[in-house]
Write a new protein. Structure first.
Length: 171
């Protein structure tokens, strides 16, 4: 049995919806947990989202905690918008395989490019900001853990060097 192009597009449409829902849950989790931690229960910074421990950052400064979670939330929301555009393109049947470079496809490619650029810029800003925070903190913490972009886990050591350690602890 061979798959035709419309069948492949339907499969991609379903997969895009599944990914979109998951990314929306992740973005909502970042936003909700940040607001909840800042306003109601600061102890939840220890279990921020998916094993990320931001309690040392929260204990150090609430403003830095807000800035980091803000960057994480923006990246997650931009990822959700990216998948929304994919779903919209596949749902509206504006992807014409006979004329693949139509105006609609051109707009889609430009939108995706700009969103990908923004995701990269906000991820870079978040990493640089966390590096700056760790430099100002000095020797107060052994590791600070942040997540950015496409599930990248980043740790900043006491010597301000980046790593991808598997057994991370915060201090």
């Amino acid at each position: 049995m061979t798959l035709t192009t419309p069948q492949i597009l339907k499969i991609l449409y379903v997969l895009s919806w599944i990914l979109f829902v998951g990314i929306c849950i992740e973005a909502g989790g970042f936003i909700f947990n940040a607001i909840f931690t800042l306003t109601i229960n600061p102890i939840d910074a220890k279990h921020f989202w998916q094993e990320v421990d931001l309690s040392s950052l929260y204990a150090y400064d609430h403003g830095h905690f807000f800035a980091e979670t803000f960057a994480m939330s923006i990246v997650a929301v931009l990822r959700a918008i990216m998948f929304y555009l994919i779903i919209k393109l596949l749902h509206d049947d504006k992807l014409n395989m006979k004329k693949p470079f139509s105006r609609e496809t051109l707009r889609f490619i430009f939108s995706m490019s700009y969103i990908a650029l923004l995701i990269g810029l906000f991820s870079w800003w978040g990493v640089k900001y966390s590096d700056m925070v760790n430099k100002t903190r000095g020797e107060n913490a052994r590791h600070t853990i942040f997540t950015f972009g496409w599930r990248g886990r980043l740790a900043v050591h006491e010597r301000n060097t980046l790593c991808n350690c598997t057994n991370l602890q915060t201090g």
